[in-house]
Design a binder for this molecule. Structure first.
Ligand SMILES: C[S@@+](CC[C@H](N)C(=O)[O-])C[C@H]1O[C@@H](n2cnc3c(N)ncnc32)[C@H](O)[C@@H]1O
Length: 232
């Protein structure tokens, strides 16, 4: 595959000056925005599926067309893998039958994550594969580590893996993880081993364009319970 994706350009030359303040604010003020009804319904369906598939849970957050969800389900055949994306258009692309242990859900992650935490879900693995980078400095609050939902992502626990072609996104995420949890996580370039298929279409196109791929992996303790979230 040949591709010509341009590397990310940004008006930021280093971690955002406002990152620490935004993380502090997210920690001090849990997100109270009401959950949209359509995500509540989608979560209820996902929950019913999950109840019927009690293996260890893997979340593929922002799964796009769901290729990674399929590949993870094949790789972790005794796990239950749920891919979540808000784009019906992407989720509708035909990539063949889903394995029995995989499920694709159309939902807004900001609400889905909060419902998952409140329901006691604790994924053993949680993937954030090539999230939208929002590279303009004014868009910090739209990056997952600058968003008020960030503490919820961490509270779900498990092995959290972020991948991006934008090094600064991963570095900022690592700083935010450290600030919020005290855990050290570092951005590292990773190679795609010869013969190993990319996990996602975005990974495939950035790799084919010769870009460096970055990732961060951190093992998070799961929060025991979140009584405040049960009210959302
Ligand atoms: C850059 S694409 C990456 C897709 C896929 N992970 C890949 O690597 O090919 C980011 C995906 O995140 C999804 N997304 C962004 N914000 C979301 C949200 N709040 N809730 C659910 N999905 C979201 C978008 O619809 C899009 O499919």
């Amino acid at each position: 595959m040949h591709a010509t994706s341009r590397p990310i350009t940004s008006n930021q030359s280093g971690p955002h000056d406002d990152l620490a303040r935004r993380v502090d604010r997210a920690l001090a003020h849990p997100l109270r925005k009401p959950v949209a009804e359509h995500t509540r319904t989608a979560f209820a369906e996902a929950r019913a599926w999950r109840d019927a598939h009690p293996g260890p849970l893997i979340l593929d957050a922002g799964c796009g067309v769901g290729l990674s969800t399929r590949r993870l389900a094949e790789r972790f055949a005794d796990h239950a893998v749920i891919g979540v994306d808000r784009s019906a258009h992407r989720l509708a692309r035909d990539h063949g039958a889903l394995p029995d242990n995989a499920r694709l859900v159309r939902a807004d992650l900001v609400d889905f994550w909060r419902l998952a935490l409140a329901a006691g879900w604790r994924p053993v693995r949680h993937y954030l594969l090539y999230p939208n980078p929002y590279p303009k400095s004014t868009h910090l609050k739209m990056r997952w580590h600058g968003h008020p939902v960030f503490p919820t992502i961490l509270a779900l626990g498990g092995r959290l893996e972020l991948r991006s072609n934008w090094r600064l996104y991963v570095e900022e995420f690592a700083l935010a993880v450290r600030q919020a949890s005290g855990l050290t996580a570092a951005a590292a370039a990773y190679p795609l081993a010869d013969g190993q298929p990319p996990l996602t279409p975005f990974e495939a196109k950035y790799h084919a364009s010769g870009q460096t791929l970055w990732r961060l992996v951190v093992e998070l303790p799961a929060a025991p319970s979140c009584p405040t979230l049960l009210e959302i």
